[in-house]
Design a binder for this molecule. Structure first.
Ligand code: LLP
Length: 441
């Protein structure tokens, strides 16, 4: 498949607003009962059994997106590595799925490392990130033989070298001074960043010298990640050029260049992110043009592997019409299962899953259940006339939804349900009120 939308070329896609949407999981549709179907499962029936809110994923969507990255690379390069940035969706079942698909994995903490190991990831295929890895996290990584450590600070270089008693392959994280056009909270490549080593100030060069002088750190390459939810590909080319200038100035011959993740996804119908092919093309061609010999090319997608694979299903609890002002539709989740609207002003669509084919004829603001006025999932959403008891779905919540879920107001976190060929399985169970007491000392 050359882009996610090409994959929907069924006859139904022409008439089915869900099947033709780039926002819903691949293979989603309106079924014969007029309801939303994800991974072959009727969402209304599914939540009648498992409750709401629930994160519902089409497993096949994730597999296809992993395969799409691998295919895009294998058509262009013989030496590459696709690394699942697991912060987007850290759950053991997802680690297992991507492990089976042949991806490597990026973990950003000891906890993510623990899940990756539990899922059976070959430690050699794990890349450990973090701007403040603790001694315990480093020890855990070294004890388990983690393949690559991405160094982020001078203090970490000292600590890692002291803890090691054998060679460890490392990359140095560079902040290439490129500002990607995305929300400032998720920009990471600019000079003024808590991540990595800057070039302009000479810190990156000093980091290389320190690693070269270390006893156990074996410098195999460089890493740069310029941000997330990126639609423009040009900054990647620039970042690659900057890395190449740096390596040639220092006469480094990197074996591996990791140019991070960041590919944006469609959150709303009409959003047009670049295709995986174009994204991979920019990275492969960019590196082949300026690096000689050509290193292994690694990328670290998170959002684009899982974001559109998942939807969140809620139950409508109240419909409050304020005459002449607006209608609030309150659902049984909100900022505890999806922080993104509040944190980044992120926009989502909504759909009444019970009447998925009905034209949206009502403007309503979808509010959460938390004691905070700002707990609004979608301002002025276009939906079919909502009723109390309806199942309301927000698509494109597969990345950084479950990942950033919290217990604000003592609200238990939703389950994660994988659907495939009409079969559903709970891969993370719903949190209970008793779970909220489980850590009491
Ligand atoms: N590699 C590194 C080093 C990263 O820091 C990130 C994301 C990724 C890869 C994956 O980027 P992706 O392909 O998912 O764009 N919570 C925010 C996103 C924060 C991203 C942090 N780093 C959100 O909900 O939009």
């Amino acid at each position: 498949m050359s882009s996610s939308s090409d994959n929907r070329g069924s006859v139904a896609a022409a008439t089915d607003p869900i099947a033709s949407s780039p926002v819903y999981p691949l293979g989603s549709r309106v079924n014969e009962r007029g309801r939303l179907e994800v991974g072959g499962c009727d969402v209304v029936r599914l939540v009648a059994e498992h409750g709401t809110p629930a994160y519902i994923y089409a497993e096949q969507d994730m597999r296809e997106r992993a395969a799409e990255y691998l295919r895009a690379f294998s058509e262009r390069s013989s030496d590459f590595e696709v690394i699942f940035a697991s912060k987007a969706f850290p759950c053991t079942a997802a680690y297992r799925l991507f492990e089976r698909e042949g991806l490597s994995v990026d973990v950003a903490s000891g906890g993510e490392l623990h899940m990756a190991l539990a899922a059976g990831f070959d430690p050699g295929r794990i890349h450990l990130h973090g701007n403040n890895k603790t001694r315990r996290e480093l020890e855990y990584a070294f004890d388990n033989g983690v393949g690559h450590l991405v160094l982020d600070s001078f203090d970490e270089i000292e600590l890692a070298d002291r803890l090691l008693d054998r060679p460890q392959r490392v990359l140095i994280r560079i902040t290439p001074g490129i500002e990607a056009s995305t929300h400032s909270y998720i920009q990471t490549g600019q000079e003024d960043s808590k991540f990595g080593f800057g070039l302009a100030d000479g810190l990156a060069e000093q980091a290389v010298e320190r690693v070269r002088a270390s006893k156990h750190l074996e410098l195999v390459g460089l890493h740069a990640h310029i941000g997330s939810q990126i639609y423009e590909l040009e900054p990647y080319t620039k970042a690659i050029e900057v890395l190449a200038d740096f390596t040639s100035a220092l006469e480094l011959e990197p074996e591996l260049i990791n140019v991070g993740g960041g590919l944006g996804i469609a959150y709303m119908d009409g959003d047009e992110p670049p295709s995986v092919d174009d994204y991979v093309d920019v990275k492969v061609r960019g590196i082949e043009r300026v690096f000689y010999p050509v290193p292994r090319i690694a990328i670290e997608p998170g959002r684009s592997l899982v974001g559109n694979a998942g939807v969140t299903a809620y139950r409508v609890g109240t419909v409050k019409e304020i005459p002449g002002v607006r209608t609030y539709v309150a659902v049984d989740g909100g900022m505890s299962d999806n922080l993104r609207p509040m944190l980044y002003g992120a926009r989502y669509e909504a759909l009444i899953a019970d009447r998925a084919a009905e034209l949206p004829d009502t403007e309503a603001t979808i509010a959460g259940k938390h004691c905070e006025s700002g707990d609004v999932l979608i301002e002025d959403a276009e939906i079919a006339a909502p009723r109390v008891g309806d199942v309301l779905v927000t698509p494109a919540t597969g990345a950084y939804g479950h990942a950033m879920a919290n217990n604000y107001n003592g609200v238990p976190r939703p389950p994660v349900i994988f659907c495939d060929g009409g079969e559903a399985r709970v891969v993370v169970r719903r949190e209970s009120w008793d779970d909220l007491l489980a850590r009491d000392a």
